[in-house]
Design a binder for this molecule. Sequence first.
Ligand SMILES: Nc1nc2c(ncn2[C@@H]2O[C@H](COP(=O)(O)OP(=O)(O)OP(=O)(O)O)[C@@H](O)[C@H]2O)c(=O)[nH]1
Ligand SMILES: Nc1nc2c(ncn2[C@@H]2O[C@H](COP(=O)(O)OP(=O)(O)OP(=O)(O)O)[C@@H](O)[C@H]2O)c(=O)[nH]1
Length: 442
Amino acid sequence: MKPTIVLVGRPNVGKSTLFNRLTRTRDALVADQPGLTRDRHYGIGRVGDRDYLVVDTAGFDPVAKDGIMHEMARQAEQAIAEADVLLFLVDGRAGRTPHDENIAARLRRAGRPVHLVVNKAEGIDRAMVAADFHALGLGDPLPVSAAHGDGVKQLVELVLAPFPTDDEKEHSDDEGPKVAIVGRPNVGKSTLVNTLLGEERVIAFDMPGTTRDAISIPFERGGKRYTLIDTAGLRRRGKVFEAVEKFSVIKTLQAVQECNVVVLVLDAAQDISDQDAHIAGFALEAGRALVVAINKWDAVDNYRRDRLETDIARKLAFLSFARFHRISALKAEGIVGLLKSVDAAYSAATANLATPRLTRALQQAVARQAPPRHGLARPKMRYAHQGGMNPPVIVIHGNALDDIPQSYVRYLERCFMDAFDLKGTPLRIQFRTTQNPYATRN
Ligand SMILES: Nc1nc2c(ncn2[C@@H]2O[C@H](COP(=O)(O)OP(=O)(O)OP(=O)(O)O)[C@@H](O)[C@H]2O)c(=O)[nH]1
Ligand SMILES: Nc1nc2c(ncn2[C@@H]2O[C@H](COP(=O)(O)OP(=O)(O)OP(=O)(O)O)[C@@H](O)[C@H]2O)c(=O)[nH]1
């Protein structure tokens, strides 16, 4: 499972700046998706070939007793409890403050590895700063400059070193897709889990001990195998599964990282919220195959249904690659269709795309609509090959491919999706310019 790094510190020490730097490598992949607003507090980062999750807690005041500060403190407490490692940020320019001391006192009791990070350290006397912050009792301070990037990569490597690297063990096909059922509180996730697992055979489900691995529950449905990745610490009580923890964003993100196919559950009785869009955006950012289940369809009238369709078209436009199902988890309606789409999305995400067919699809797309000219250069797309799976990566080779507009990339995505019937998975398109078009000019 990917380690989760949680950033803690009083306001204005540079947590957002560090968060952006830690998650920036991935931004390019989902840039300019219409309608997608990123959650500024949860992100994926990568250093070398290691992925990690980053959580930015808002300014944390462990002694706040009420109001918005108290609510923020509560959320920060939950993040601290679910962290694998904590980065405690302080401001090297402002020096040690009483607020820092309160937070330090809280973190010393966290039972998690804590690294003391002195930000804004560019061009300041490190020895003096180190002595000042050493008094917080959290070990040697690590100086960084989040704004300039100094020391950030070394910091990440240091904090991740104790965690085992994910040996992406080949998931054998007969275990079927790993499925995560995600959604905001009360949309009907537990009900859907019970409907999926309920009557059917749950294959040897062992409650794990204290491992930090996500819990997976194998089950069979319609003669096919699936593995459910748990998001909330499901416990079996009597015949039904029940969530023992309340909704947790971190657990949701971990499950998204861990699974092959995300089932995003929406509540038909409610408008699409920012939280729905953020969870969806995270699945997209992670490159996961996705199926959307609009649940509680039994409970809404036609007016509400129409309104919801409009709302979805407007707020979840970036999920156009996914299939949407109207279901009732409670009445077990629409479940067969939902699982069919899970199967299809899984096949699409793991499809083998042969170079000749890809190249033919590319040529047909270009013949229908040529890429727009950029300045003097006329982009030339020569051939395409598959550069990865899960999600499928299509690498296009040619000349002058550096400034292909996003709208044309979208067009190519649609062409490849149609040609290979890739419904349910996002695609990544990369360009490789094989020859510099200006090289032969003088
Ligand atoms: N000199 C210097 N300034 C920095 C550095 N990192 C962040 N800052 C500045 O510090 C200020 C606060 O940065 P933020 O990232 O917004 O701080 P924050 O901790 O997220 O603040 P809250 O959102 O209020 O919790 C901004 O003006 C940043 O430009 C740094 O490495 N060096
Ligand atoms: N009418 C109707 N109600 C449903 C349906 N699915 C779930 N519900 C109801 O919605 C409420 C919330 O369902 P849960 O399954 O607990 O939702 P959840 O997403 O697991 O909630 P959290 O554990 O808070 O994250 C319960 O009262 C369910 O009975 C459905 O298909 N139709």
